[in-house]
Design a protein around this ligand. Structure first.
Ligand SMILES: [Zn+2]
Length: 266
């Protein structure tokens, strides 16, 4: 079995095909898809979508790209929704949260501060409920490390990891897994491929980030969760291992990072 630890299956790019996409992925051996929320407006949508498919689970959080329009009261609402979701076996993490210092508008001083404020407050919610976090770490690996050292959640995943060897090891030492996906399938992605080949296998989880980060054979088309086995095959080739072994290990790693997945899997 494979697990897609990060898939925006509710994104508008999927139109009304979200449920069919999940079934197609299941047919390819993707036994679980984790659907992160991005703003309070899609909290109910991801919960309902996860409940409507066999292989669904979800996270609740405010994504850094949605921080500009987010309000302080959204944090109160998030905490309330998380408290209620603790009774839902499909609810597995706080996410997607993090920091994005790539998009120019988000790097202006006031917005940088607002992102950090929302990130820290969400880390506190994760810690309060003993939840792992799904983190967006674009151009922000070191700043994120600083904050998770101060407000440590119960582990989680640095998704679409694209940092240095030293940063990778710092996340691993703090108990996080690193998410690898479509970016690893491009032969020119030397650094990501080297990390995927050399990091301890126990630190790696697979993800699509669909509809984004399409693998090389789909690019620039829409990514989808049924690509996970082929992305996993690339990881297996990079490490010189059988695909079945990579599937078993990365699924076990996802369960270790997101313990509530065991209940979601039934
Ligand atoms: Zn995402």
């Amino acid at each position: 079995m494979w697990i897609d630890t990060h898939c925006h299956l509710d994104a508008h790019e999927f139109g009304n095909e979200s449920v069919a996409q999940a079934a197609q992925a299941r047919g390819q051996g993707v036994g679980m898809i984790v659907i992160p929320a991005v703003e309070t407006a899609n909290f109910s949508i991801v919960a309902e979508l996860a409940a409507s498919i066999d292989n669904g689970s979800y996270a609740l959080g405010i994504h850094p790209i949605y921080v500009p329009q987010a309000q302080e009261d959204d944090l109160r609402l998030l905490r309330e929704r998380v408290a209620a979701a603790m009774a839902d076996p499909r609810f597995v993490a706080l996410g997607e949260i993090g920091l994005d210092f790539f998009i120019p508008m988000l790097t202006e001083p006031a917005m940088r501060e607002k992102q950090i404020h929302f990130f820290r407050e969400q880390l506190k919610i994760a810690r309060e409920f003993g939840l792992p976090v799904l983190m967006h770490v674009r151009r922000s690996q070191d700043v994120i490390l600083k904050h998770v050292r101060q407000i440590a959640p119960a582990g989680g995943i640095a998704h679409a990891f694209n940092g240095s060897d030293q940063q990778a090891r710092a996340y691993i030492e703090l108990g996080f897994k690193l998410g690898f996906g479509g970016a690893m399938t491009f032969t020119r992605a030397l650094q990501i491929r080297r990390l995927a080949a050399e990091l301890p296998l126990a630190s790696i989880v697979l993800e699509t980030d669909a509809p984004d980060i399409s693998p090389a054979w789909v690019h620039p088309g829409r990514n989808s969760p049924d690509q996970i086995p082929r992305i996993g095959a690339v990881l297996a080739a990079l490490r010189g291992m059988p695909e079945e072994q990579v599937a078993a290990a990365t699924s076990a790693n996802a369960l270790a990072a997101l313990p509530r997945l065991a209940a979601a899997l039934g």
